[in-house]
Design a protein around this ligand. Structure first.
Ligand code: SF4
Length: 262
């Protein structure tokens, strides 16, 4: 394992029946069920190279992949390489990416990131977590996306708002911060599932395990789910009337160094 391995020594905060072995079985069962429910899940960002994926992932912080995909063709047509993008005028870049939100911070991060790629890595995207998180605007989650989706290297689990929320409901973690949730997930989800696990949970979060109104009555994970944070149901089995879910967003803004991007 290269880069900065997730600290596995921290005690799991979960209290699933059967203790640590129980939660590991739960993690494997969830991963296998997700594989059968969402066999075709994949990253929905469009890219042609690790460089494009890195920039697209920075842009995806607090923004939909669909919106990012509308912006990146023009961006990469104007600036097709890290060298050219690093030399872009910030104001021009801001205009191109404006619709993705937080465009000033994202432009700063992209320019800084491309400058570092050119200065430190010969214009190539590095292949370790340690090198990636040292780039401006790149946090652990962005690094995991680039390594997993761009290079096929499983160094961690990408935790976005869907992954964090559903993992807590399932009882795989109690942590509301992305780093803590990832630390728990890599302990309980088999490594061969790490890369696609996030894409599957994201699809599940968009279609079934919605933030405010999870559709538990029709959920393919219902028999595995502890429904943590969903206190009350006014209409049992309808998927409506749940109490408010536990803490929601695990993403941080793109202005922060350790943003969570996707
Ligand atoms: S049973 Fe409900 S809370 Fe649990 S994963 Fe399914 S939709 Fe989400």
């Amino acid at each position: 394992m290269t880069g900065s391995p997730v600290n596995r020594s921290t005690r799991s905060p979960t209290s699933a029946p059967g203790g640590r072995a129980g939660i590991a079985r739960q993690g494997e069962a969830v991963a296998l069920r997700l594989a059968s429910l969402y066999p075709d899940s994949r990253c929905s960002l469009e890219f042609c190279s690790p460089f494009q994926l890195l920039v697209a992932t920075i842009l995806s912080a607090q923004c939909t992949d669909k919106r990012v995909n509308m912006v990146t063709p023009d961006l990469f047509r104007r600036w097709p390489t890290p060298l050219l993008l690093a030399a872009a005028r910030q104001e021009e870049l801001e205009e191109v990416i404006r619709s993705t939100g937080f465009f000033r911070a994202k432009a700063r991060n992209i320019l800084g990131c491309c400058g570092a790629l050119v200065a430190c890595h010969g214009g190539e995207v590095p292949g370790t977590v340690a090198e990636l998180v040292a780039l401006p605007g790149v946090g652990r989650k962005t690094a995991n996306v680039v390594l997993g989706v761009g290079f096929g290297v499983a160094e961690g689990v990408v935790v976005d708002t869907h992954v964090g929320r559903i993992s807590r409901r399932l009882g795989l973690t109690r942590r509301t911060d992305a780093v803590g949730a990832e630390r728990d997930l890599v302990r309980v989800v088999p490594r061969e599932h790490w890369i696609v696990f996030s894409h599957r949970l994201i699809d599940h979060g968009r279609a079934v395990c919605l933030a405010r109104r999870p559709r538990c009555a029709t959920c393919g994970l219902a028999d595995l789910c502890q429904k943590k944070g969903l206190e009350s149901r006014r209409s049992p089995g309808s998927g409506r009337g749940h109490g408010k879910p536990a803490a929601s967003r695990v993403q941080s803004g793109p202005g922060r160094k350790k943003q969570s991007g996707r």
